[in-house]
Design a protein around this ligand. Structure first.
Ligand code: 6PG
Length: 503
């Protein structure tokens, strides 16, 4: 008997691919799967036969041709292969078997410019392409990720029922994530954490900014931890309790929650806590770098996000730091005794810095939409980050509220709720940064977020001097405060003995 054609196909059976395939099957869709190593496909199908209630909806294929021909037309083919060359190679291999109107859905962490290029090239061949960011790691893929699809609206319409079914769900009233699904039993009801983000590369751009925010969120939490450990002399389990407490307040988020878990984890290899044995050299796969590079290129001041990337780079210079620590002296560290007071000040510093970090991420997306011709819905983006993804947090509901109140909001810091929070927290935030500086404890994220806040709220900055210097040595010209914007002046600077100006 001929097998029924599958509703959708998926290429790439790494853990993310396997879990997404199972999530799709759990929601009642039949799915064809393919991996370039056939033994991996066999192994996956075999394992599912024993453990997964939805295994009957999985169809494993050993050749690409059989895989493609096993999917109902117009076909939807999800790619979960390594971003970059592997994605291009997979697309080229699939092309001979695809038909007009088929839809490829790239769920890798692709660079948005690659997605724009691929969408254009495939459109030329009558195919549709969706670049869909996916966040939530392995568990998210299995039980409900946040999905950020970019592409044409009519391609989205074809994918929409499946994407809405498999996405994480949040409660319509509270915005809180609904409890996770279990194998074979998906979550019923709730608002799905997916919306069409915009054309071509918009989905992957927004996913990239999500990751940039993920970097700064993690860096801020690490700085809070580091201050409690060094300035207050706290042990890991005591800090775990603080993070657990913070997780019940305005900082409540997945990253704060897992930090509480991590800090109370004993070292399975010996005495003490595992966190104290983990080497302090952070890795990165590149999406944070892309975010910072895009901010630099677009002239969007995302300094705290960039600092979070640089902080990882600096941490990775472990051997150099070891040598330098014996050669470069700092101040003598003085422990603070008023633990409660400082913990609450660190909480304020973390919350205020987080507001600035998100303000930078949203400001960057606002800048990008102008450059790439997108029309992003920032309230909706914050909404689909409330569940499923790594940066999920109560806080995101406040961002949605802010954009509902003012869809043209220039900067999140200007929203009344966030403005009040910054006003209330700033004195203690400044005290924390000052204390860290006095004691020689690096807090690049807390400090750069504060510099952003202070810079943004300054009607006047010293850039007048920079403009004068540029005009002095390079005749680059300047505008005047007493003349309309856009009118430029140059002075033939009268400094005696001044060398000829370069042009
Ligand atoms: C997610 C994550 C994920 C990311 C990893 C590793 O949203 O699920 O952002 O996409 O790739 O967390 O990122 P780094 O190796 O760069 O830290």
């Amino acid at each position: 008997m001929k097998a029924e054609l599958a509703d959708i196909g998926l290429v790439g059976l790494g853990v993310m691919g396997q879990n997404l395939a199972l999530n799709i099957a759990d929601h009642g869709y039949s799915i064809a799967v393919y991996n370039r190593h056939p033994e991996k496909t066999q192994e996956f199908i075999e394992q599912c036969r024993h453990n997964e209630p939805a295994h009957e909806r999985l169809q494993g294929h050993e050749s690409l041709e059989a895989f493609v021909h096993g999917i109902r037309r117009p076909r939807k083919v999800v790619l979960l292969v390594k971003a970059g060359e592997a994605t291009d190679a997979t697309i080229s291999e699939l092309l001979p078997y695809l038909d007009a109107d088929d839809i490829l859905v790239d769920c890798g962490n692709a660079h948005w410019l690659d997605t724009i290029r691929r969408e254009k090239a495939l459109a030329g061949q009558g195919l549709r392409f969706i670049g869909s960011g996916i966040s939530g790691g392995e568990t998210g893929a299995r039980f409900g990720p946040s999905l950020m699809p970019g592409g044409s609206l009519e391609a989205w319409t074809a994918l929409e029922p499946i994407w809405k079914a498999i996405a994480a769900k949040v409660d319509a009233q509270t915005g809180l994530p609904l409890p996770g699904a279990v194998p074979g039993k998906p979550v019923a009801g709730g608002v799905p954490c997916t919306v069409p983000i915009g054309p071509d590369g918009a989905g992957h751009y927004v996913k990239m900014v999500h990751n940039g925010i993920e970097y700064i969120d993690m860096q801020l939490i690490s700085e809070a931890y580091w201050l409690m450990k060094n300035l207050l002399g706290m042990e890991a389990d005591a800090m775990a309790r603080i993070f657990q407490e913070w997780n019940r307040g305005p900082l409540s988020s997945y990253l704060i929650e897992i930090t509480g878990d991590i800090l109370q984890q004993p070292d399975p290899e010996g005495e003490g806590y595992l966190v104290d044995r983990v080497l302090d050299a952070a890795g990165q796969k590149g999406t944070g770098i892309w975010t910072a590079a895009s901010a630099l290129e677009l002239g969007s001041p995302a300094n705290a996000i960039a600092e979070a990337v640089f902080a990882r780079s600096l941490s990775a210079l472990k051997e150099e730091r070891l040598v330098a620590s014996g050669l470069l002296q700092g101040p003598i560290l003085q422990r603070e005794t008023d633990r409660e007071e400082w913990i609450s000040a660190i909480h304020e510093a973390l919350y205020c810095s987080k507001i600035c970090a998100y303000a930078q991420g949203f400001q960057l997306m606002a800048q990008a939409q102008k450059s790439y011709g997108w029309k992003l819905d920032f309230g909706a983006i914050a909404q689909i980050w409330r569940g499923g993804c790594i940066i999920r947090a109560h806080f995101l509901q406040k961002i949605t509220d802010a954009y509902e109140l003012d869809p043209d909001l220039k900067n999140l810091m200007l929203d009344p709720y966030f403005r009040d929070a910054l006003h209330q927290g700033q004195i203690r935030w400044r005290e924390v940064v000052a204390l860290a500086v006095r004691n020689g404890i690096p807090t690049p994220a807390f400090s750069s977020a504060l510099a952003y806040f202070d810079g943004y709220r300054s009607a006047v900055l010293p850039a007048n001097l920079i403009q004068a210097q540029r005009d002095y040595f390079g005749a680059h010209s300047y505008e005047r405060t007493d003349q309309p914007r856009g009118k430029f002046f140059h002075l033939d600077w009268p400094a005696p003995g001044r060398p000829q100006a370069e042009v």
